[in-house]
Every structure is written in structure tokens, then in C-alpha cells.
Design a protein around this ligand. Structure first.
Ligand SMILES: [Zn+2]
Length: 203
């Protein structure tokens, strides 16, 4: 990818991505990627019930909607079978979450599924090894930062974007590779950069 390139990704595959993001992204002509929970296609985000049993759940994209978006240039990859926290699983269940979703999504999409996003961003050394063994080529974490050439491809960094972010906050997040889009953070960042460049400064 060219220097400074940005990748836009959406985890979970909510129908809201189709309703709200797709028209905007089509208008801009920007491609984007959605990570799907393969056992829950056309259902709801049942995994949120564990953390919030009384909370509402939201509809997830169904197979027809996914195929239509695929035709319109959206790419889809894996977010496991059921959105389990992978480090908590035993080895065989872990392997099943990883390979099962890859197989099911390959069948649905009609092509290989080389990329995955870890549910909740949860990953450890064992999960990383299992992800490699399951045949994925790269995996997305939720750790913030830039992805330089030497980044661990099984811990690709991402920046969180919220509906409450303003355009200038989002721009600061992207420029600084940080989840903190506040003006104060930007000022501290640039001051530190400046200090490093001063003669005799300690890095
Ligand atoms: Zn998720």
C-alpha cells in the first residue's frame, strides 16, 4: 500500500453499516471492509447479552445483503464464528472458531478469506499462533497506532472511530495514530516531537 494509506474497517457486520455507512462510502468512492461473525449472519449481536443481559441487540447483515454489498465493492472477512473472546477458549474450540468461520465465509463469498479481526481485540501468543495455523494471512487487533512495514501482521493496529467523533478529532486520531483525538493530546504529541529534535535532547 502507498505511504499514508488508510484502511476503513467495520467489525461485526451490523445492518446499520449498510444503512448508514454504505451510501456515504459509495458517494466518496471509498472501498471498505466488514468483518463478519459467521454463525450469526442474518441474526443479532447475541454476544452482547453476556455483558449486558437486559440490553437491546441489533440486526446483523443477512446473506443477500452481504452478497449485494460485495457486488458494490465492499470486502468481507472473518470475525470468528460466534464472537467469542479467543484467549478464553481451549485449543480445539479456538481452532474451530478460526477455521469454521473461514470455511463458512469462503462458501458464502465465493473466494478465500485471508483476514480476520479478533473479537473484542482479545489476542495473546497462543491465539496468534492458532490464527497463523488456521491459514489466515493477517489479523486485525484493536491496539492503536500506525502500521509500519515491520508491524506484526497478526496484530495489525487500528484506531477506534465513534459516532461522537468530530471531523477534526478524527483527523487528529489518524495523523497521530491514536485513539485520543483531543486537542490537548495533539499539542502534547507535537511538543514531544519538537523536544526530540532539539540539540542535546534525550529521546
Ligand atoms: Zn466485534
Amino acid at each position: 500500500m502507498p505511504a499514508g494509506a488508510i484502511l476503513v474497517t467495520f467489525d461485526d457486520g451490523f445492518r446499520g453499516v449498510r444503512e448508514h455507512a454504505l451510501p456515504v462510502m459509495e458517494h466518496l468512492g471509498w472501498p471498505f471492509t466488514v468483518f463478519l461473525v459467521s454463525d450469526l449472519i442474518g441474526q443479532e449481536d447475541l454476544w452482547t447479552r453476556d455483558a449486558n443481559p437486559d440490553g437491546v441487540t441489533y440486526p446483523l447483515l443477512d446473506a443477500d445483503e452481504i452478497r449485494d454489498m460485495q457486488r458494490r465493492g465492499v470486502s468481507f472477512h472473518s470475525h470468528t464464528r460466534s464472537h467469542a473472546s479467543l484467549p478464553t477458549l481451549d485449543d480445539s474450540t479456538l481452532a474451530e472458531q478460526l477455521t469454521g468461520s473461514r470455511q463458512a465465509l469462503s462458501h458464502l463469498l465465493g473466494h478465500g478469506v485471508p483476514y480476520i479481526a479478533y473479537p473484542f481485540g482479545h489476542v495473546d501468543a497462543r491465539v496468534e499462533a492458532a490464527t497463523r495455523a488456521a491459514g489466515y494471512r493477517a489479523a486485525f487487533s484493536t491496539q492503536s497506532g500506525f502500521n509500519r512495514r515491520e508491524v506484526n501482521r497478526f496484530r495489525i493496529r487500528r484506531i477506534d472511530v465513534y459516532g461522537t467523533d468530530t471531523a477534526s478529532m478524527l483527523l487528529r486520531k489518524i495523523r497521530l495514530g491514536s485513539n485520543d483525538g483531543s486537542l490537548g493530546h495533539a499539542v502534547r504529541y507535537y511538543l514531544n516531537q519538537l523536544k526530540r529534535r532539539l540539540p542535546g535532547a534525550r529521546a
